[in-house]
Write a protein that binds this ligand. Structure first.
Ligand code: G6P
Length: 484
């Protein structure tokens, strides 16, 4: 890129700014470029395409970064640069232009983020801090939205587009990684409450297919960072085809938040640990609220169930606190099972995606091979792996699938697998069968994943730590995947 720009400068006998503009009209792919001309060292030229770029505005200085977290130590005023824009920075001036050399007015955004949010605050790792923040982050996510007294959910982005949402022909959830698992939970919730068909797509597959998208389709793009390249391209594609894009994003001002037609933030605060934890529970809380709001407007939920779920959501932060109190016991389990070579995670219904998420957490943090499966599907393959040394984690809280999952557990025990079960208070059957149990508060089955995922996070964390790994920076993984 540098050689190319230099060539353009020579051939056109122009300055750096003009040369960059010409170059950017011709290059393809995703990039962020920051340039300094040695003949003009007081000016920085920066641009982006596909990858994020944030400029912090200080006093007589500017800061450039891929997201706001490293900047907040210095300033809370930032400008998010868009694709096909050129930022020309001098010590006390910021000029924004499009590639046609027309000046644009920079939109200066105030960051609502405290420095403490990106510090470890006495915890050994960001991941542990973020797991323990969940009572607060979920509370923040519900605050100002959920009003149990009035029986209302206030979400401007949803309310303003309620007609489109309740009349959607179908909803497609698009996401990657942990966010994709949130999409899977949401599939069950939206279909149950809103009676709208839902599909859940990996962004990386969706973007390269030739998907059938119609006007009237709603895409829900779920992303912690709001910068995942595959998700961005996938929703741009859907947008071109006339779909309505609703973003469920954590990072305020991120690319997906800006590309979406409307959205709802998950308000989990900055997530630094590479393995996503509090962002996931925030996404679930937001998605439940959206589904409830649509269902209420659409008339697909009765008043009693609606109020019951509102109350259940309201009680989640307190119940999460109770789950976190189990961490010393989960740490002991981690030490017991840390030398396993493989692990199987099984769940049914709303807890099936939690099994996938549990397995993903373990892989990411402890490098133990793990598979998540719908419990009934294991007889079509994974059951062949069951032997005495295989830990099988069951997410088996009380729900409409309870008896079924108990029979799945019996199948594992009959083959001498080791069963670790996450169960609800008051379950007196599973403790008689399982090798180990983690007992969490009871909750409506639709809400249960927000609680049942927490032992999964803690188990993976403590196993990773017990094995001596750097859980905040697992090998080969990135927090924000801004390349395809
Ligand atoms: C990376 C991260 C995961 C995350 C996934 C999707 O793989 O390590 O934690 O779930 O990207 O990221 P997003 O920011 O779009 O949720």
């Amino acid at each position: 890129m540098l050689n190319f720009i230099e060539d353009i400068q020579k051939n056109n006998n122009c300055g750096l700014e003009e040369a960059v503009r010409i170059a950017l009209r011709r290059v393809v792919g995703a990039y962020v470029i920051v340039l300094l001309d040695k003949d003009n060292p007081d000016t920085i030229i920066a641009a982006r395409k596909g990858s994020p770029l944030v400029i912090g505005i200080g006093k007589g200085e500017h800061f450039l970064a891929s997201d706001a977290s490293p900047i907040i130590e210095y300033t809370k005023e930032v400008v998010y640069v868009n694709d096909y824009e050129l930022a020309i920075l001098k010590a006390d001036e910021i000029i924004l232009k499009n590639l046609g050399n027309e000046k644009l007015t920079p939109y200066i955004q105030k960051l609502d983020m405290e420095l403490a949010a990106i510090e470890k605050g006495g915890y050994d790792h960001f991941m542990l801090k973020e797991i323990f923040e969940q009572p607060d982050t979920i509370f923040d996510c519900l605050r100002g939205r959920l009003d149990v007294e009035k029986g209302t959910i206030t979400m401007a982005g949803i309310q303003q587009n309620i007609e489109k949402l309740k009349n959607a022909n179908r909803i497609i959830m698009i996401a990657c990684g942990t966010s994709w698992h949130a999409g899977l939970v949401a599939e069950y919730i939206f279909e149950e409450l809103c009676r709208i068909p839902v599909e859940v797509e990996y962004a990386s597959e969706f973007r390269y297919r030739n998907p059938v998208i119609h006007q009237g389709d709603v895409i829900i793009a779920i992303s912690q960072s709001g910068e995942t390249a595959d998700t961005i391209v996938a929703i741009e594609k859907a947008k071109e085809n006339g779909a309505f894009i609703l973003g469920v994003v954590n990072v305020v001002g991120s690319s997906i938040a800006r590309i979406s037609h409307a959205g709802a933030y998950s308000h989990a605060g900055p997530e630094i640990g590479v393995a996503s934890t509090k962002a996931f529970t925030g996404q679930l809380a937001v998605l439940v609220m959206i589904a409830l709001k649509i269902a209420k407007e659409k008339g697909t939920i009765d008043a009693t169930r609606y109020m019951h779920l509102l109350n259940e959501l309201h009680n989640v932060p307190e119940k999460v606190k109770e789950v976190l109190e189990l961490s010393p016991g989960i740490r002991k389990l981690a030490i017991k099972y840390k030398d396993a070579k493989d692990a199987l995670y099984l769940g049914r219904g709303y807890n099936f995606p939690v099994a996938l998420e549990g397995a993903l957490k373990l892989k990411e943090i402890s490098y133990i091979h793990a598979e998540g499966y719908p419990a009934a599907e294991m007889k079509h393959g994974p059951i062949a792996l069951v032997e005495e040394t295989l830990p099988v984690v069951f997410i088996a809280t009380k729900d409409s699938y309870h008896e079924k999952i108990i029979s799945n557990m019996q199948e594992i025990k009959a083959r001498r697998g080791k069963v670790i079960a996450v169960i609800s208070h008051g379950d007196d059957i599973i403790p008689k069968m399982a090798d180990d149990t983690i007992v969490i508060p009871e909750a409506d089955e639709l809400i249960a994943p927000i609680l049942s995922v927490i032992p999964m996070q803690l188990l993976a964390y403590y196993i990773g730590v017990a094995k001596g790994y750097d859980v905040d920076k697992p090998r080969n993984l990135a927090k924000s995947v801004t390349v395809e």
